[in-house]
Write a protein that binds this ligand. Sequence first.
Ligand code: NAD
Length: 339
Amino acid sequence: MVKIYDISVLKGDGIGPEVTEATVRVLDAVQKVSNFKLNYLYSEAGAHCIAEYGTNLPKETVEVIKKTVACLKGPMTTPEEPGAPVSVAVTLRRMFGLYANVRPCKSFPNVESLKPDIDLVVVRENTEGLYSGQEALIAPGVSVAFRIITTEASLRVAEYAFKLAMQRKKHLTYIHKGNILRITDGVFKDAVKEVQKRYPEVTVDDLHIDAATMQLIKQPAIYDVMVTTNLFGDILSDEAAQVTGSLGLAAGANIGETYGMFEPVHGSAPKYTGLNRVNPIATILAGAMMLDYLGEKEAAKKIEDAVVAVLVEGKVRTADLGGKATTSDMTLAIVEKIK
Ligand code: NAD
């Protein structure tokens, strides 16, 4: 019997529609050689909705998402003025309890990277920390932000990271700033150590965030799974993506108990909107992560293999990879490999 999965698709802003449509083309190609069907439910979210709906996440969209098993999300523009709606990604992560942000960073063939042989995953706590959204101007010129770190959320994300390490190289590095943030990172560190007791096979070490950003440049190949709090993870995963070559190749998953949302690590890159110029691979690999999450591992691997094959050949390269190929050229090349 053919399995059918209802998938929410949010194209987003800026380059979002281009890279999301490219991914749908690749997902369509892989379905033709697999035994499952994706039923795409498109809805609107992002900065472009604000004028019409007064919000970047209309309630109709949330209702559609609730009917689906996973979401493919394009990047969205987040207005920065005080009082503007909170980022859609942050709202959805909290709303659907997507507590683990999983960002694999791998060296790709034929892609110039700072150091060779990188194969690591940054697991970032996704629901609290400095993204609690609780900020206040307590007096003129004096502002505070709440960095909320709970044992519950820390245990949950640590558990996810240890499980992942067990499937990989069994090495976990937890990252914090416990020498300064003694209470909040103390809670995080204690939670990691608690979970560690159940995974004696995993080699565990830790780094301060400042040292970690340096180590990622100096010797990224020694790391396997890096787990950390929300803001540190955001910074580290962007850095790791760039160390491996390009933000245009980095995909991310947001995983909860019952739902998964998949998106590129990069943003909406507004200056490239509609130019058919950016690299769609990050979103395409996010699509592959979605299939893996759904249990369609063979199909996920087909997409990854097709991406690697195109990069190995090196004929089709977008501008970020030093070439002149368009978004459509890259998409077509990957589709051809899947066929
Ligand atoms: P960005 O990731 O959009 O772009 C930074 C630069 O990275 C671009 O100028 C471009 O040179 C490069 N780049 C990004 N994507 C690329 C691709 N697919 N191929 C090739 N090069 C690529 O970051 P930004 O300019 O800081 O943010 C723009 C907007 O995106 C902001 O509103 C920000 O809030 C938002 N954002 C959204 C998400 C999300 O939706 N999850 C994530 C990050 C940023």
